[in-house]
Every structure is written in C-alpha cells, then in structure tokens.
Design a protein around this ligand. Sequence first.
Ligand SMILES: [Fe+2]
Length: 161
Amino acid sequence: MERQYTKLDEARNIIDPLIKEIRDEESKRGAYVHLYGVGLLASLIALKRGYTREIAELAEIAGMLHDLLTYIDRAEDTDDHAHKCADHAREHVLKKLKGFTDEELDMIYNGIYNHSDKGVKGFWFDEIIKDADAAQHALRNPAEDHFYLKPRVQQVLNELI
Ligand SMILES: [Fe+2]
C-alpha cells in the first residue's frame, strides 16, 4: 500500500525546517523533545477520548506548534507565551497550509492560544492540548514530583493508564 500524504505531513514539512533553523542546540533539542512529545500525547489523548483519527491529527499538529516560538526565541515561559505562539503559528505555518478548512485551522489556533489556561476547563479540543502539555512534562521525568503530582496530570494519567 502506498504511503498517504496526510495533513500532518503537510504541517511537518513547514514545522520541521523551523525547528532545524534553531541555532541554539539546547533549544533545538528541547523543541524536538517537547513539541514531538506533546504532539504524540495529544494524538493519544484524542483517540482515547473517542475522537476520530482526523481530530487526533489536528491535536497532534496543535501540540507540535504550541510552544514553537518559545524555542525559536529562547524566551521565558511567560504568561502570554501561548498567545504569542498562536500568532506566530498562524503567520508562519497555518496560513501556508492548503489542505485544511478554516474551522480546522481555527481549532489548531485556539488550542495553541488557550494552552496556558490550565487552571480552567475550556473547549474540549483545547483541553487535549493542555493535558498533553502537562503529561509530557510529567512523563519525561516520572520520578520527579513537581509536574507528576499536579491534579491535571493525575487526571489524565488515570485516563491513560
Ligand atoms: Fe508546552
């Protein structure tokens, strides 16, 4: 069977060169680990919650993009980084995607825009990105309490394990 060219492939063809261009090795490594990690977990969480593979794909793309600008700029994880990352993603990635509907692009944009609002429960798609973000921080170092013991992490791990 021939390998399909998916929306995720289209998005990665734009995202990967942006990561590759990051000059600082530490930031580049962080970008690969965290962005791919959150993308993968977002896909898993979406499927676990019963959403379609197409939704899982959009969640994975939002996960890949949610902190991209932070790694490019080596910026601190400030309160408004989610909003800046959403605008950067729209400008440098989302606007260039051809195979997506406006509704799909809005979902990705909003998922990135709202991902820092972890203290509140929002739109279901945004919650997938928040949970994937929190879970990636916890699972990359599971014996460390700081992330692992957060209620959001405990909740999502209960769902997955
Ligand atoms: Fe993140």
